[in-house]
Design a protein around this ligand. Structure first.
Ligand SMILES: NC(=O)c1ccc[n+]([C@@H]2O[C@H](COP(=O)([O-])OP(=O)(O)OC[C@H]3O[C@@H](n4cnc5c(N)ncnc54)[C@H](OP(=O)(O)O)[C@@H]3O)[C@@H](O)[C@H]2O)c1
Length: 304
């Protein structure tokens, strides 16, 4: 446990900065709960997979390939490995069909997978790759599976405090290709803002039901996410780790709590950090932007 996590207090939920995914699920029996988790094979996704299976959940474990998912979940408990390459719409749609065919109601869809700060503009299907992977891939996945969501099902989007650093306008709906200007960190921030706006708009659309949608900032954790950052920033992270960074077990806590803990069942359209409600930017609470993003995403999805 880092020095900071030792010193940080717990919030109203009873958990806080230093809590781990195993701690926030202690005493829970998740037997009979089916949770779809993307990015199950690395970083905080792998820790989330460990905690959820340890508490008896059936995890539909998604990775870029079924082999990766199977290898990650091997020996962990009750799981179904599925392939879901988020930057490839045909793979996401195949995943949707495979999950539907399982015939299990989904008590949670945890959209954890992501890529960060690609140094140069990369595009696929005419879209900037972080927007395509982090937002559009998950948009296709979740909207494709809404009918499968259990009556009390929860959708959790793994966002980031990086949503506070975005291009002007928050989400540049007229520059989703990145061709009118690209800075890797801002494009990452834009995709993470899109995750929050998607959760808020979905929560609005689910109002009147017990189904919920929320977004999460997991904290700052040294994982494979930094693979595009270069040597120096990664060295800086390694040096900061013992003092300031969360461990992957701590980084997995907020999303695990949000998807599984009874104390999070009432939350709707919130931004969560350290297992409690947190404050997002004004742009992340802009419901006009959330609606516009949803409509743009629907339009893009129809052409992908
Ligand atoms: N680490 C942090 O400090 C931090 C802070 C704020 C938010 N987050 C968010 O936390 C989430 C998990 O990140 P992490 O730190 O655990 O990073 P990580 O160790 O790099 O894990 C990312 C996961 O996403 C998967 N992924 C990436 N691109 C994909 C694609 N096209 N299709 C399917 N899966 C894909 C990766 O699969 P492969 O292994 O096959 O590439 C991996 O399983 C991300 O959404 C990230 O934005 C992390």
């Amino acid at each position: 446990m880092s020095l900071v996590s030792r010193l940080m207090p717990h919030g109203p939920s009873g958990f806080g900065y230093g809590s781990t995914a195993m701690e926030v699920t202690e005493g829970l029996d998740l037997t009979g709960r089916n949770i779809l988790l993307t990015g199950c094979n690395s970083g905080i996704g792998l820790e989330t997979l460990r905690a959820l299976t340890a508490r008896g959940a059936h995890v539909i474990a998604a990775a870029r390939t079924e082999e990766k998912a199977r290898a990650a979940a091997a020996g962990l408990g009750d799981f179904t490995p599925v392939a879901c390459e988020l930057s490839e719409p045909s793979s996401v749609r195949a995943c949707v069909e495979q999950v539907k065919a399982l015939g299990r109601p989904l008590h949670g869809i945890l959209c954890n997978a992501g890529i960060m700060a690609l140094p140069k503009l990369e595009q696929r299907y005419g879209l900037e790759l972080q927007f395509l992977t982090n937002h559009m891939g998950h948009f296709l996945l979740v909207t494709g599976l809404l009918d499968q969501l259990a009556d009390d099902g929860r959708v959790i989007m793994t966002s980031s405090d990086a949503h506070k650093t975005t291009p002007r306008g928050g989400v540049q709906l007229d520059n989703l290709s990145g061709e009118k200007g690209y800075i890797g960190w801002l494009a990452y921030g834009q995709s993470k803002l899109a995750n929050i706006l998607f959760a808020r708009e979905l929560a609005r659309r689910l109002s009147g039901t017990q189904k919920t949608a929320n977004a999460v900032h997991p904290g700052v954790i040294q994982t494979n996410l930094g693979r595009h950052m270069g040597l120096l920033p990664n060295l800086g992270l390694a040096l900061a780790k013992p003092l300031f960074l969360k461990t992957p077990e701590q980084g997995a806590a907020t999303q695990t709590w949000a998807v599984a803990h009874p104390g999070a069942a009432h939350l709707r359209g919130e931004y969560l950090a350290d297992c409690n409600v947190a404050t997002s930017t004004a742009k992340a609470r802009d419901m006009d932007l959330a609606r516009q993003l949803w409509e743009t995403s629907e339009d893009l999805a129809s052409r992908l």
